[in-house]
Write a protein that binds this ligand. Structure first.
Ligand SMILES: [Zn+2]
Length: 102
């Protein structure tokens, strides 16, 4: 568990000043269905024949990346004035907790 302050002082390049920024974790969005239209068509076309091409193997995420137990978290800073967002340097963590600083 990594504790991260939910507000941080950072430089906004648009306002050109240091401000208190809101910190948020960006959630990964997954495309519905997993595959695009042409990819689905190709998968259907290859079904029933010997070599399935790139669909013969399981995805890399299931085999090679299993050695790592934590993942890099995607932290975004948001300027309260101009609503500009950008990515902060990302630490590795299993879980993130946002801590309020008084
Ligand atoms: Zn700003």
């Amino acid at each position: 568990m990594v504790k991260i302050p939910d507000k941080m002082k950072a430089y906004c390049p648009k306002c050109k000043t240091h401000r208190e920024m809101r910190v948020r974790q960006e959630k990964t969005s997954r495309r519905g269905g997993g595959l695009g239209r042409s990819a689905r068509q190709e998968k259907r076309r290859r079904r029933g024949y010997g070599n399935q091409g790139r669909y013969s193997k399981k995805p890399v995420t299931q085999t090679k990346m299993a050695s790592k137990t934590s993942r890099k978290i995607d932290l975004r800073l948001e300027c309260p004035e101009c609503k500009k967002k950008w990515v902060m340097n990302r630490p590795r963590a299993k879980r993130v907790e946002f801590v309020k600083i008084l």
